[in-house]
Write a protein that binds this ligand. Structure first.
Ligand code: AMP
Ligand code: MG
Length: 405
């Protein structure tokens, strides 16, 4: 059996970043940059005032208690009429360009003025209330790196630099298939012996969260030809993710179906719990995943294997979830010979995190996934005693309650 790391290495070695496209800046939030953003301009473009007041030459104020002649007025959006000479000041407003010759601004609340003259009681330091050209960004600066995900601040910076469109990686299109005779899809009442299809929806949501574009292939029964036909439908997809039917039962036909479609299977069993039977292969160079059927196993294997693959395809620099070391607030036990990924809540415990199991860790218990802030990684046949530290993969942005507020 492969370790999780070996399996992930194999998977990633078969996965390449997708091509790129240009998108409008207003649609760029959450997309991954496909080229670095190099500034062609200075921000701000010229020295300007950070206050409403008077532009002066600092040297003129050195004596304290000086009076200067007001020779002009500069509002934001206009240019100074001329250079400022010794003994002069210009009325200036926030964001307006500093006139040549001036090197400081005195806020209006610090002076007395009658329109023609301005009295400045105290000396002014050179550079006071002046925002120098290029203090934010210099021409030639790399302001955002390739592979970064565009957030609100990047959108603002890109706008400031004049980028109406940005080049981003294409989002992976993920076909999501659920297999099983027992499945009733959403919208139909489960008949006798049937259970509601869960995995299509959790896996599509996980794909969306990972920055991909999921499409459902619906539910298909445990019949070889039916699975083969449905997999062939998905020729448009960049990735296929199916769930169930990958174990050793006689109705576990997904592997055979994938091979029949022309897939080369690279791996099957991974030493982890929940999970273990997981198939990964290449179908005409496109990655295909056969995840286990139990809803928690499907989600956890998606998290550990599909998500990193999708993020690599999406061109992301950081494909891993953050991890923290947390103190076990109760004993966390992982019996059996496979590494455990146990659902835990995280709570702020003084200066560190405390981790507590979310409840029954059965691979069908979705309730305990709902409450999970993360997955505690526990070695085979190990009990982490209360008070010891355990490594936790963080699955979601932590809530204020977690942070102790
Ligand atoms: P299998 O891998 O086919 O043996 O399925 C393992 C377990 O997961 C069985 O109890 C199935 O009923 C359940 N299961 C499989 N697919 C789904 C699904 N799409 N939604 C909810 N449960 C599922
Ligand atoms: Mg089955």
């Amino acid at each position: 059996m492969l370790t999780v790391e070996e399996a992930l290495d194999q998977i990633l070695s078969h996965v390449r970043p997708l091509g790129t496209e240009l998108v409008e800046l207003t649609a760029a939030l959450g997309r991954v940059l496909a080229e670095p953003v190099v500034s062609r301009r200075e921000l701000p473009p010229w020295p300007n005032s950070s206050m409403d007041g008077y532009a002066v030459r600092a040297d003129d104020t050195r004596a304290g208690g000086v009076e200067l002649v007001v020779v002009g007025r500069i509002i934001a959006g206009s240019l100074p009429a001329r250079t400022l000479r010794t003994g002069e000041a210009m009325r200036i407003f926030t964001g307006a360009p500093l006139p040549a010759g001036a090197d400081a601004v005195v806020p209006q609340e610090d002076v007395t003025a009658d329109g023609e003259r301005v009295a400045i009681p105290r000396p002014v330091a050179r550079g006071a209330f002046v925002r120098p050209a290029g203090e934010d960004v210099r021409a030639g600066d790399v302001v955002v790196e390739t592979g970064e995900t565009i957030s609100a601040a990047e959108v603002g910076l890109l706008a400031a630099l004049g980028h109406a469109r940005v080049r981003v990686h294409r989002r992976p299109r993920v076909a999501v298939l659920s297999t099983g005779n027992e499945l009733a899809d959403l919208g139909t009442e489960p008949g006798p012996g049937q259970i509601p299809n869960t995995n299509t929806y959790s896996l599509m949501a996980q794909a969306l969260e990972a920055g991909a574009e999921p499409v459902s292939l619906g539910v298909v029964p445990d019949r070889l030809e039916a699975i083969v036909e449905r997999v062939r439908w998905a020729a448009w997809a960049d990735v296929l993710v199916s769930s169930a039917g990958v174990s050793v039962g006689e109705l576990d036909l997904v592997r055979e179906a994938l091979v029949k479609c022309g897939a080369v299977l690279h791996l099957w069993k991974v030493a982890m719990r929940p999970g273990k039977p997981i198939t990964f292969g290449s179908l005409e160079s496109r990655p295909v995943f056969g995840l286990p059927g139990n809803p928690v196993s499907a989600m956890v294997t998606f998290e550990l294997f599909v998500r990193p693959a999708l993020r690599k395809m999406a061109g992301c620099r950081g494909i891993d979830r953050p991890r923290v070391w947390a103190r076990a607030l109760e004993a966390i036990s992982n019996p059996g010979g496979r590494r455990g990924y146990l659902r835990v809540t995280l709570a702020r415990d003084g200066t560190e995190y405390g981790a507590r199991l979310t409840g029954d860790q059965g691979s069908g218990i979705l309730r305990s996934m709902v409450r999970a802030d993360g997955l505690a990684v526990v070695a085979p046949d190990t009990i982490v005693p209360a008070g010891d530290r355990v490594e936790v993969i963080i699955l979601r942005a932590l809530e204020p309650r977690t942070l102790g507020r």
